[in-house]
Design a protein. Structure first.
Length: 279
């Protein structure tokens, strides 16, 4: 298994910003995001041509087959990326250091079939899971650096306030793992960068806004994404520690997903942000 240092530099960031949603099969997106009468079995085909990434939640609940990952790869255009949420049997356990077998089962389930479309692996922890430095460090040591010859990027979605600590940040950085930033008031929100890419889950959309957020808010998120991609750290976001440098440390890949909140507005929010980034 590659060392943490190898994992940290396994892939060269390009400074690309990808924006998307969680999943693609959602009834309220039909005749809304999807054209009226669009076939349900072609929804991934359509969504992947309006957006640049999708976070897959289905992998959190059940193991997918290599054939499924290959089908997703073939139905989406070049440059599109899937972020995969790792199985809950791995992260929803009392002793994370004992997760080795389930980690290997998830990583070996066929995700390599996605090829260049394989994006970050998201390890989501329960809101009740507290930061235990020894156990969490043992878990991070189990995360592989490659699959099928391809480098892996890991992102940690920690949902207990105990993770808002310098000790956690240092541990994540030592293992080259990114930390989810969210705007949700329900979970800890801190924008400290711990990996060589940034992963944001924006969960505060509101139904009264056609694009989920006010135009000014989407302008700010697009500006933040550009700053992250350029290697800087945006002002005005909650943090545990002061930003390391105002000038940044080189380009980073950035992933922004509009998830939950008023979920029916998520595609419109993602499309609106992509429009801003393209200006």
């Amino acid at each position: 298994m590659p060392s943490s240092a190898t994992r940290k530099h396994a892939s060269a960031p390009s400074g690309a910003v990808r924006v998307g949603i969680g999943g693609w099969n959602y009834a309220d997106w039909r005749d809304n995001f999807y054209p009226a009468g669009w076939p349900h079995d072609r929804e991934l085909e359509y969504a992947s041509r309006q957006l640049t990434a999708i976070e897959v939640n289905a992998t959190y609940y059940r193991t997918q087959s290599p054939a499924t990952f290959a089908r997703w790869r073939d139905e989406t255009p070049e440059g599109f990326v899937f972020a995969l949420k790792a199985g809950r049997v791995t992260t929803n356990r009392r002793v994370l250091a004992e997760a080795g077998e389930s980690i290997e089962r998830f990583v070996g389930s066929g995700i390599a079939e996605l090829g260049d479309k394989l994006g970050p692996l998201v390890w989501q922890f329960a809101p009740t899971k507290r930061f235990d430095p020894e156990d969490f460090g043992a878990f991070l040591q189990l995360l592989p650096g490659r699959v099928g010859g391809r480098p892996l990027r890991h992102v940690l979605e920690v949902r207990h306030p105990s993770f808002m600590a310098p000790e956690y940040l240092a541990l994540a950085r030592r293992h080259g793992a990114a930390t989810v930033f969210t705007d949700s008031p329900e979970y800890p929100s801190f924008a400290d960068v711990t990996g060589d890419f940034v992963y944001a889950r924006l969960m505060n959309a509101e139904a009264q806004h056609p694009e989920g957020y006010l135009s000014e808010a989407l302008d700010r998120w697009a500006a933040s994404a550009r700053e992250w991609a350029g290697g800087a750290e945006p002002d005005g976001l909650p943090r545990v520690e002061p930003a390391a440098t105002a000038k940044g440390t080189g380009p980073r890949d950035v992933f922004v997903f509009f998830i939950n909140g008023a979920k029916e507005r998520a595609p419109a929010a993602a499309v609106a942000m992509l429009r801003r980034l393209a200006r």
